[in-house]
Design a protein around this ligand. Structure first.
Ligand SMILES: O=C(O)c1ccc[n+]([C@@H]2O[C@H](COP(=O)([O-])O)[C@@H](O)[C@H]2O)c1
Ligand SMILES: Cc1cc2nc[nH]c2cc1C
Length: 352
């Protein structure tokens, strides 16, 4: 089985990119600083230029899309919080009172809240993007979480949301999520797609105690045993979530429109892992914002050969870590644009 969608992402290893890479590197190296002294900001500037296909990339507008979804596996008692927190937090996002709202305001980022698959009827509520594919997934401990049609619908809707962000003028798209029990889905994806043992891939999520962690591991072991080796789409169907598939679709759609993708924590990274396996070129568009305190995130980042920008011990989700990395992307574009070159400033370059 495979997704019916085809993602059209420009790979970045073409000869045209080699020429642009050299131009960007020369611009970076010509700035008034010791060679390489802006460290990872230099990598960011280079990546942004390659993504936008220009030596003078811009980072003016960014949006965070928070995808919310519920999980059948929550009924196995794998989270420290009850399922209704998902829809209650959606209301909190819409009221502007959640962490992601506050942090996004502080860095000048727009928040879009999406019902990807919450097990609650919101009615026609203002401000919410109504993209509910189903009222939560099925319990992946006993059956596939999603049908292929549901997974395809979530991917397609995510892609469309990313395209809309591009049309609205964004250069950068951050993806975040809300979904009680979705660390279970992310751990199962990590286990199935990267072969990471469940003992390593499973953490405390919202904060289960030792007994809760043991129970969660037992549930995930049972769930994983239902299937053998899986491709990315089948793994999403079997163990993913509607919000995870929607984030994956949005990441792929963002790359199609040459947006830089800011990846949040453990669950968002599992969406990127699935997206990467569906279309490897998406990896070049991704910036890993932070290393989550969730056990398993280190292994996930390693599987993607990713080095996150920040390490703040966050384990909240919602896109909070991704939002905090937006000023760094802006700083990268700003130094490339505004710093004087050695020639312009009359500063001597490196000694021969
Ligand atoms: O982003 C992270 O790294 C992260 C780590 C742990 C928990 N979360 C959030 O907590 C919820 C999932 O935790 P749980 O225990 O219900 O599986 C979900 O709403 C996530 O946004 C998020
Ligand atoms: C309160 C609360 C807020 C969240 N935000 C993301 N995941 C969350 C989980 C809980 C429990």
């Amino acid at each position: 089985m495979d997704t019916t969608l085809r993602f059209d992402i420009l790979p970045q290893d073409t000869p045209a990119h080699d020429a642009l890479r050299q131009t960007l590197q020369a611009r970076i190296d010509g700035k008034t600083k010791p060679l390489g002294a802006l460290g990872r900001l230099e990598d960011l500037a280079l990546q942004l230029g390659l993504i936008q296909g220009r030596p003078d990339p811009v980072a003016r507008q960014a949006r965070v899309i928070v995808c919310a979804g519920d999980h059948g596996i929550a009924h196995e008692g794998v989270s420290a919080y009850p399922q209704e927190v998902t829809w209650q937090m959606v209301m909190n996002f819409l009221a502007g009172g959640a962490a992601v709202n506050v942090l996004a305001r502080s860095v000048g980022m727009e928040v879009q809240v999406v019902d990807a698959g919450v097990a609650h009827d919101f009615g026609r509520i203002a401000g919410l993007v109504h993209a509910k594919v189903a009222p939560g997934t099925a319990n992946s401990a006993v059956q596939p979480a999603m049908t292929a049609a549901q997974c395809d619908a979530a991917l397609a809707r995510g892609r469309a949301l990313a395209h809309q962000a591009a049309e609205a003028g964004c250069q950068v798209l951050a993806l975040g999520e809300m979904g009680i029990a979705n660390t279970s889905a992310a751990s199962l994806l990590l286990h199935k797609l990267a072969g990471v043992p469940l003992e390593v891939a499973t953490g405390r999520g919202t904060g289960v105690d030792d007994a809760g962690l043991a129970r969660k591991r037992a549930v995930l072991t049972r769930a994983a045993a239902r299937t053998g080796t899986l491709g990315a789409f089948d793994a999403l169907c079997e163990y993913g979530g509607l919000e995870i598939a929607m984030m994956a679709g949005a990441m792929l759609g963002a790359a199609e429109r040459r947006l830089l993708v800011l990846v949040d924590g453990f669950i968002a990274s599992s969406a990127l892992l699935a997206a990467y396996r569906l279309a490897p070129a998406v990896r070049d568009y991704a910036v890993f914002a932070h290393q989550s305190a969730e056990a398993g995130h280190a292994a996930l980042l390693q599987a993607l050969q990713a080095r996150p920008l920040l390490a703040l011990d966050l384990r909240l989700g919602e896109g909070t870590g991704a939002v905090l990395a937006w000023p760094l992307v802006q700083a990268a574009a700003a130094f490339l644009d505004g710093m004087a070159s050695f020639a312009a400033a009359g500063v001597s370059g490196q000694s021969a």
